[in-house]
Every structure is written in C-alpha cells, then in structure tokens.
Design a protein around this ligand. Structure first.
Ligand code: NI
Length: 184
C-alpha cells in the first residue's frame, strides 16, 4: 500500500497523452493500480487517472460508495479500467459541476454526454462493457480526459461557472444538496 502525491495543474504530465498498457502483469497490479486505489481513497476522491500520480499509462480507477450523509447520491461501483474506450449512446449532453484532485479547492461547470457505453480491461485482463448515465458517465468521461491530457477546466464553456468550492457554496452557485466529491 502506498499513497502517492497527486500531480497538480501546471505539470506537463497532466497535459501529456498517455500510452496504452501493453501487458497487464503483477507489477502493474501491485504497484500502479494498488497505489491509485490507495491514493483515491486517501484523498476521498471519486476517481483517479494514472497521470495524476505521475504515470502516463491508460489506466483509471473510480468509485463512489454509499454515503449516509448523501443518501440520494448515486453509487458507482469501484472500477479499474485499463485501456478504456467509450462511445456516446445519444447526442444528449448535460451540464454539471466538477472538481479535480489535481486542481484542489476549485469547481467548474462542464458539459458531458449523458449516456455512454464504456469498455476497458480489469486488472485481471477481463473486459468490462457497461452502459451508464448521469454521474457515473460523468466520472468516466472526466477520468478518460486525463488519459488524453485534458483537464476539466479546458472544457469549461462559461468561466463565470468556475471558482473556489467554498465561495461557490457560500454564494449558492452550488446548491447545498449537491454531493461534494473531490473529483468527478
Ligand atoms: Ni481529475
């Protein structure tokens, strides 16, 4: 188990497109993937991509457990995806607030596909194919962007909907009922 420092905005690592994983082996499982899960948990994040711990490989993890503080929040199963891909299931997009562990304390509104089908490989080499929507789809698309060197702030269309999380909550821009996850 190792909690790794999260790479922050300004680092070229976050802007570098990541390489596909050639071989899923024990080293990948024991080091990179385990460290990603440990780091995501320690940071209380909803997701994490390998570049965020300084590794430009196409690996992402995400998951949101049931939280008694937010009984209505959508539960997303803890998922490890190697070499993921996705396609939108319709043209419909939805705006939503996002944050990122690499951009601490800030939030911004980003438009994402509402319904997608994603696929990728687990740490055991099994293929996962899922059709998901809403928050689950948003988390995936946020992490997928990291693998292409894209941060959510690059996708904000109206910068009036970007700011410090605390101030956005104080001003009512982010409703109190909104789930406050560090990384969507
Ligand atoms: Ni992020």
């Amino acid at each position: 188990m190792a909690i790794r420092p999260v790479v922050k905005i300004g680092s070229k690592i976050l802007l570098t497109p990541s390489e596909p994983v050639a071989i899923i082996n024990e080293e990948l499982k024991q080091t990179l993937i385990q460290d990603m899960l440990d780091t995501m948990k320690a940071e209380d994040g909803a997701g994490l991509a390998a570049p965020q711990i300084g590794v430009n490989l196409r690996v992402m993890v995400f998951g949101v457990e049931k939280n008694p503080r937010y009984p209505d929040a959508e539960v997303v199963p803890t998922t490890i995806l190697i070499n993921p891909s996705f396609r939108p299931l319709s043209d419909e997009k939805e705006e939503g607030w996002e944050g990122c562990l690499s951009i601490p304390d800030y939030r911004g509104v980003v438009s994402r596909f509402k319904q997608i089908e994603y696929r990728g490989y687990t740490e055991n080499g099994e293929e996962i194919v899922r059709q998901v929507s809403d928050f689950h789809a948003r988390v995936f698309q946020h992490e997928f962007d990291h693998l292409d060197g894209i941060l959510y702030v690059h996708r904000i269309e109206d910068m009036r909907y970007f700011g410090l999380n605390e101030e956005l909550h104080n001003s009512g821009m982010i409703p109190k009922s909104d789930v406050d996850v560090q990384e969507e």
